[in-house]
Design a binder for this molecule. Structure first.
Ligand code: ASP
Length: 303
């Protein structure tokens, strides 16, 4: 069985291509990388890669990570500037035993030394968005409305699972702020034996529940990917509400070693793309865990 799932409508095209790659025998790692690179390269998606959302000082600082579910190795970059495809750096770092998670200048030097393309990640549109936001200086930062971190999980015909995530993080974040995305167990997790999971939404909240590890851990205990996503999210959201806090911006996807997928959200509606065996589609899950197929034109304003 081959399968692949990714967050938000924006991953759909790359994910469908990655699905074809899997059908032709590509490994999960290559499929995940391909789908994430497609989103990073497209400036129309302003929360990932080129043209991403700037921090308070007007810099586009990216976080990305990659995990191999067979070896349990991971690689990641955080607070990295000017790396054209942060996921490629994360994937290369994933082969390392130590020094596999690099921040800032260290990440940039690694990318340069390994021949990865560098570029100014700002676009006219991202700078315009920043200039308009500067006078407002929002008090409470929230995850970007409409789409955010691209997270992709894949299973190949050899039973190997891989996870990849990439984001420019919260719009107008403090310089140096890092969210859940490059942090193993919070933004992503993959273990061939039990499953893979990844999260998008307010990183500060997701980290408090180590949501991706919690989801895989539930699958290890026998829950389906759907039960695991719903259970992990419900438990953290309930605790936050008990503490008198908001729990309104977290979403999760998961994939089991036999190719079943799951998704859950605290948003009214969270779109994702998925493919399994010969079938593929675009879906949306609501706050009650109900998933329905959608068309690419549905959910205006949400990518
Ligand atoms: N989780 C990302 C972060 O906190 C952003 C998102 O996916 O909404 O940086």
């Amino acid at each position: 069985m081959i399968a692949i799932i990714g967050t938000w409508k924006m991953c759909r095209e790359g994910l469908m291509e990655a699905h074809e790659m899997l059908k032709s025998g590509a490994c999960a790692a290559d499929a995940v990388t391909h789908a994430v690179v497609r989103v990073e390269d497209d400036p129309a998606y302003c929360s990932v890669g080129y043209g991403g959302l700037p921090d308070r000082d007007g810099h586009v600082m990216t976080d990305a990570a990659f995990m191999d579910g067979t070896s349990l190795r991971m690689g990641g970059v955080m607070s990295a500037e000017n790396i054209k495809n942060p996921i490629l750096a994360a994937r290369m770092l994933c082969g390392r035993e130590i020094n596999c998670l690099l921040a800032g200048r260290g990440a940039e030097l690694f990318a340069l030394r390994h021949g990865l393309k560098m570029r100014d990640m700002r676009t006219e549109a991202s700078m315009r968005r920043w200039r308009e936001a500067v006078p407002e200086r929002p008090e409470r930062l929230t995850a970007y409305t409409g789409h955010d971190t691209v997270c992709v999980l894949a299973l190949d015909e050899n039973g190997r699972l891989a996870a990849g995530v990439s984001t420019s993080g919260l719009f107008m974040k403090d310089p140096g702020r890092v969210g859940d995305s490059p942090l193993i167990g919070s933004g992503f997790y993959a273990d061939d034996r039990f499953g893979a999971a990844a999260a998008t939404g307010l990183g500060e909240d997701i980290m408090r529940g180590c949501l991706s590890y919690e989801t895989v851990s539930r699958m290890k205990r026998g829950e389906s990917p759907q039960q695991a996503c719903e259970g992990a999210l419900r438990e953290l959201a309930a605790r936050k509400i008990e503490l008198g806090e908001n729990a309104d911006n977290m979403s999760l996807i998961a994939l089991s070693p036999d190719g079943r997928f799951g998704a859950a959200t605290t948003l009214p509606c969270f779109p994702f793309a998925a493919a399994r065996g010969g079938e593929s589609g675009l879906y949306a899950v609501d706050g009650n865990g109900l998933t329905r197929a959608i068309s690419p034109d549905e959910l205006a304003g949400v990518d």
